[in-house]
Design a protein around this ligand. Structure first.
Ligand SMILES: [Fe+2]
Length: 334
């Protein structure tokens, strides 16, 4: 306070707001709750693996964080938005091919202590066999997509709110998660075209992790590719996700919605979040996983098969218990 006399100086009484932070494997975590009672970091599997074994990407999205997250909560969009127009993008023995053989799965859902889980299921060509894509929403803004078989599906996507109409998307993928040779399959469908350049950083709040394709240039849509192999004509899985979640406008008016059965996870997750927010507003009650980080242990999404009539939750649990995250193996993989 250079412009007040010493007896009027109150600089020692005014403090900047600060939050406790912690770093692990390349990510900085911020705890914005009660600073005198900070819980442990959640042991989400993808965040336990050394950063050298993970691909970690950020990309800025120009829409509300929940709108972006909801794009991940209907996994059937992969067969339409990302693989649309491609008759068979995948090789023999690659589990993802079922998502193209049958683009109309049905769903089962369940509430969890950490958020919400659901599974898309389809019959395969084998008599009595079912193919499952099990996915989780985790409080507060995480999605665990079932991109690879459940044995090593150590993936994580975060939709971190910057403000109401911008979010920072965090995409983490275990480098060794894919059991198939990714070089032999359709590169466009597999998202290999995600090698976009980022725009130069600027010093303002929105000045990082921005990409050239955006709503102002129609996401650099290619009409020839759209006619032949991609419903969108937009290059790269992430750009396709950006285009559909941003172009509905930054916060879409939900009163005009007609949710379909394939939107069940979106619908139920919204209810879960609203109920959690109301409980917190009423008397400060947070979801169980906000106080007890250990509830995140062993929570995993992924693809698997069952035969006959099977309990999907138990089947997933059996796969995860038989294939626990082994950090020594993860390190040796490189
Ligand atoms: Fe997507």
């Amino acid at each position: 306070m250079a412009n007040v006399p010493p007896h009027q100086d109150f600089k020692h009484k005014v403090h900047a707001k600060a939050y406790k932070t912690a770093e692990r494997n390349g990510l900085v975590w911020v705890y914005m709750g009660d600073q005198t009672n900070v819980p442990d970091l959640p042991p989400i599997e993808a965040t336990l693996i050394p950063e050298g074994e993970m691909t970690i990407e950020f990309i800025q999205r120009e829409c509300n964080w929940l709108q972006g997250l909801e794009g991940d909560l209907d996994t059937s969009h992969l067969g339409i938005l990302h693989y649309g127009g491609i008759k068979q993008a995948f090789g023999e023995g690659e589990s993802n091919r079922h998502a193209l053989d049958n683009r109309q799965p049905e769903y089962v859902t369940a509430e969890t202590e950490t958020g919400y889980m659901y599974a898309a299921h389809r019959p395969t060509e084998k008599e009595g066999e079912t193919y499952w894509w099990l996915a989780h929403y985790l409080f507060p803004f995480w999605a665990l997509p079932p991109i690879t078989p459940i044995e090593k599906n150590f993936l994580l996507r975060g939709y971190i709110p910057m403000d109401d109409t911008h979010s920072m998307v965090l995409i983490m993928i275990y480098k060794n998660a894919y059991p198939w040779d990714r070089s032999k399959v359709n590169q466009r469908a597999q998202g290999a075209h995600n090698n976009y350049e980022f725009l130069p950083n600027t010093t303002d709040w929105y000045g990082r992790w921005r990409v050239p394709p955006n709503a102002r240039n129609d996401y650099l849509i290619d009409r020839d590719i759209q006619r032949t192999e991609s419903f969108t004509g937009i290059d790269g899985v992430t750009m396709q996700d950006q285009a559909v979640t941003e172009s509905m406008e930054p916060i879409v008016d939900r009163t005009f919605e007609h949710l379909a059965p394939s939107d069940i996870a979106i619908n139920r997750t919204r209810r879960r979040i609203v109920a959690a927010a109301r409980a917190f507003a009423k008397d400060g009650t947070a979801p169980p996983s906000a106080r007890d980080a250990s509830l995140f242990a062993g929570v995993r999404s992924g693809q698997f098969y069952t035969m006959g009539k099977a309990d999907w939750i138990q089947a997933a649990r059996d796969h995860i218990e038989a294939n626990p995250l082994n950090l020594e193996d993860a390190q040796a993989a490189e």
